[in-house]
Design a protein around this ligand. Structure first.
Ligand code: ADP
Ligand code: TRP
Length: 321
């Protein structure tokens, strides 16, 4: 089974990225042949600072490796090191109905937020389809917001196979229900672009301040709270704390007698400790960038070899060769 996923170097990675995509992807590296990449071409749709892209790409590499991506088990590379993907995107784009892209939620959300879209933002799902199909991927671990893009990929692959003959493997998304949408500090989906994120790696003081600043309702500590499971701090605690610790806090909140300040303090401590080991590993990696760059280079060589065989298949099928 081939597993593939990507993450954009468009900002600092946060708990939504970690629990929605990175942790499931890292767990899957034991289950099959995993390909994970830094989607730097995709980041060009929203980030227009070259140096920032370079820095973010390195940060994503450090974050992913520190969190447990094992280059002995997974092929880890930068999307743009395999430029074949842009050629495949063209082959696919000619079979993609405009209406299918106009219907994509992520595109519609961007329009709704008043963004004046460039063609890249519109065509984004086609490049993503090329990412997935170029490696004969079976399974794509992603957060819920990417589900539709994998569905689009499937539709395009089926259309290509129908038009030019069996060429592509039909992929499927994998979404972990318990972490499908990690809420941010404001209760909305945590996102790099909404200013509501808790970073995986950051400075202790500002992160503590963010957690302690989470807005709660005005009920007194003594009051029982039958809706304790809806509480944002409880929801986040369930992700970062041992199950029995989170359950204990939830029960105490439900029963009454637990103050929000104490709850938030515990949330911060568990969040900070959850990533203690990864933080140490990240510092070691940051002091050894030759190793990190070597991993990406090696990954690109392996990925490119596979990409070239699949692209050739598509070129032949469609009469380019
Ligand atoms: P962002 O919304 O912060 O820009 P990306 O779109 O780069 O994040 O997402 C990278 C991966 O992380 C995707 O698989 C996405 O589904 C997942 N992801 C992002 N935010 C969340 C979240 N809040 N909850 C669950 N998964 C998420
Ligand atoms: N669009 C994805 C995101 O924003 C990133 C991505 C690009 C991706 N290509 C992919 C994810 C291929 C899975 C498979 O999160």
């Amino acid at each position: 089974m081939r597993i593939l996923s990507g993450i954009q170097p468009s900002g600092t990675l946060h708990l939504g990225n970690y629990f929605g995509m990175m942790q499931p992807a890292i767990a899957l590296q034991e289950k099959g042949e995993a390909f994970y990449f830094i989607a730097d071409y995709h980041s060009m749709t929203s980030l227009f600072d070259a140096e920032q892209r370079r820095q973010n790409s390195l940060d994503v590499a450090l974050d992913f490796l520190a969190c447990g991506l094992d280059p002995k088990k997974s092929v880890f590379f930068k999307q743009s090191d395999v430029p074949e993907v842009t050629e495949l995107a063209w082959l696919l784009t000619t079979l993609t109905p405009m209406a299918m892209l106009e219907n994509c939620h992520s595109y519609k959300d961007k329009l709704a937020r008043g963004l004046s879209p460039n063609h890249g933002i519109f065509a984004y799902p086609v490049l993503m389809a090329a990412d997935i199909l170029l490696y004969d991927s079976n399974l794509v671990p992603v957060g819920k917001d990417q589900k539709q893009h994998v569905e689009v990929t499937r539709d395009i692959a089926i259309k290509f196979n129908h038009t030019y003959g069996e060429t592509f493997v039909i992929p499927k998304e994998q979404i972990r229900e318990d972490t499908a949408v990690v809420p941010g500090l404001d209760g909305e989906k945590m996102s790099k672009s909404y200013g509501n994120a808790l970073e995986i790696f950051g400075e202790e003081k500002p992160l503590r301040k963010k957690v302690m600043g989470i807005k709660m309702d005005s009920r007194t500590p003594e009051e029982p709270k039958p809706d304790a499971n809806q509480n944002l701090a409880i929801q986040l605690l369930k992700l970062v704390a041992p199950a029995e610790v989170a359950a204990d806090f939830e029960n105490r909140l439900r029963a009454g007698g637990l103050g929000y300040g104490d709850l938030k303090k515990s949330l911060f401590e568990n969040y900070w400790n959850h990533f203690a080991e990864a933080r140490k590993k990240r510092a070691e990696l940051a002091a050894n960038l030759d190793y990190v760059n070597g991993v990406l280079k090696d990954g690109a060589t392996k990925a490119r070899a596979l990409a070239q065989t699949v692209l050739k298949r598509a070129r032949k099928a469609s009469g380019l060769e």
